[in-house]
Design a protein around this ligand. Structure first.
Ligand code: NAD
Ligand code: MG
Length: 394
């Protein structure tokens, strides 16, 4: 039996993870579930999965939750509140694996704590890796932790990479990584109409059902930009070895192109339970609950190069990774603030790349090799971005 802690249990990835766990209760036991503020959903999950610990990051909502648990039939669950408690439960002795599924920078410290404690980290929270760069990877190496990618593209690449790809000799066999993208809801919308896009239109992804932030990122293709940086870090490749490919059917989840002319692709329905179950069972396999792919129904697979004029966020991510140092941290911070402002209808959809570009312009690509620098850069970039949002506010 493995002990599992789910950071961000009430989100889209958290719920899919619990669905997979419910099929394998002989292999996984839930030690801890965490949420930010959705205490009703967390309470229902506690009733069903009876974790030892439940954490509410928001202190005020945490107080209400504590009372609710105390007066219920599951009063033996230990309730902790506040951001520090996320790190506490991610490093408990009885936890073997941590699903890192908090959205955004808020997930960095608990994910890093799990890595430092030598846990198996199932990484969905791409922002944590993008902003901390090699720091998280070093922590994994130093403690002997395992890092398994949950992001569907990176999980696909992981499945298609040669055994021992971490070593330089194996890396020479790989010509390119082909990182697939659906192109999101606005792949064919006339560019002049993008100014008027609403949050509801932006979060309505054609193929995947996800949280609001990543859905907007998919529409702008910043999601692919963050994933490009994620791929370079996870698979130790330079950005010129990663080609973004628009593949609207979302059936191939990414490919690895080898020097002998072979391309290996991982295929399946767009259902996050597939990469989640892959990482949870690895190196074995077990049922994910996903429907098998009906390849006869798919019929055709299409591939196109991305249009950088339509998707300026993809160019900004390219610039950030090529500049290196603190730029990916700045890119991520500015994007988080811009997306939030767009979702609150403070700025237009097309202002998102404007905020990011202006914010990046305020930084030079200095080294970001300590956690203190990363956290400081993240704060400064968020403050700059808030100022830019104020200027753009309509
Ligand atoms: P979501 O918005 O549905 O859920 C986010 C979770 O994080 C919730 O449980 C929420 O309570 C928690 N959370 C938010 N802010 C927090 C804070 N300040 N402190 C503590 N907890 C906080 O998001 P999601 O779609 O499940 O995505 C989660 C992560 O996985 C993101 O990094 C996303 O990029 C990545 N991811 C998601 C998908 C997907 O299909 N949803 C696919 C690939 C990668
Ligand atoms: Mg993805």
């Amino acid at each position: 039996m493995k002990g599992l802690c789910i950071l961000g249990a009430t989100g889209s990835i958290g719920v899919s993870t619990l669905d997979v766990v419910s099929r394998h209760q002989d292999r996984y036991k839930i030690v801890a579930l965490t949420a930010n503020g959705n205490i009703d959903a967390l309470f229902q999950q506690c009733l069903e999965y009876k974790p030892q610990y439940a954490v509410v990051a928001d202190e005020d909502k945490g107080k209400v939750f504590k009372e609710k648990i105390a007066s219920s039939k599951i009063s033996n669950i230990i309730v902790l509140t506040g951001a520090k408690a996320l790190e506490e439960v991610a490093t408990l002795d009885q936890v073997d694996s941590v699903m890192a599924a908090i959205v955004g920078a808020a997930g960095l410290l608990p994910t890093l704590a799990a890595a430092e404690a030598g846990k198996t980290v199932l990484l969905a929270n791409k922002e944590a890796l993008v902003m901390s760069g090699d720091i998280l990877l070093h922590a994994v190496k130093k403690s002997g932790a395992k890092l398994l990618p949950i992001d569907s593209e990176h999980n696909a690449i992981f499945q298609c990479m040669p055994a021992g790809y971490e070593t330089a000799s194996q890396a020479k066999e790989v010509r390119r990584i082909l990182l697939t993208a659906s192109g999101g809801p606005f792949r064919e919308t006339p560019i002049e109409q993008l100014d008027n896009v609403t949050p509801e239109q932006a979060v309505a992804h054609p193929n995947w059902d996800m949280g609001r932030k990543i859905s907007v990122d998919s529409a702008t293709m910043m999601n692919k930009g963050l994933e490009l940086i994620e791929a370079c870090l996870l698979f130790s490749v330079p950005s010129k070895k990663v080609q973004v490919v628009i593949h609207p059917q979302s059936v191939i989840h990414s490919m690895v192109d080898y020097v002998d002319g072979t391309i290996l692709a991982q295929m399946g329905n767009p259902d996050m339970r597939i990469p989640i179950a892959h990482a949870m069972a690895w190196p074995e396999r077990f049922d994910s609950g996903a429907e098998p792919l009906d390849i006869f129904a798919v019929k055709h697979l299409a591939f196109e190069a991305p249009d950088l004029q339509r998707f300026p966020c993809l160019s900004l991510a390219n610039q950030a990774i090529d500049a290196g140092g603190m730029m990916p941290t700045v890119l991520n911070a500015a994007n988080e603030i811009a997306v939030e402002a767009f979702l609150q209808e403070q700025i237009r959809y097309t202002d998102i790349p404007v905020v990011i570009e202006q914010c990046m312009g305020k930084f030079s690509p200095e080294k970001a090799d300590t956690l203190e620098i990363v956290l400081q850069t993240n704060e400064t970039a968020r403050n700059y971005s808030r100022e830019i949002v104020q200027q753009l506010r309509h």
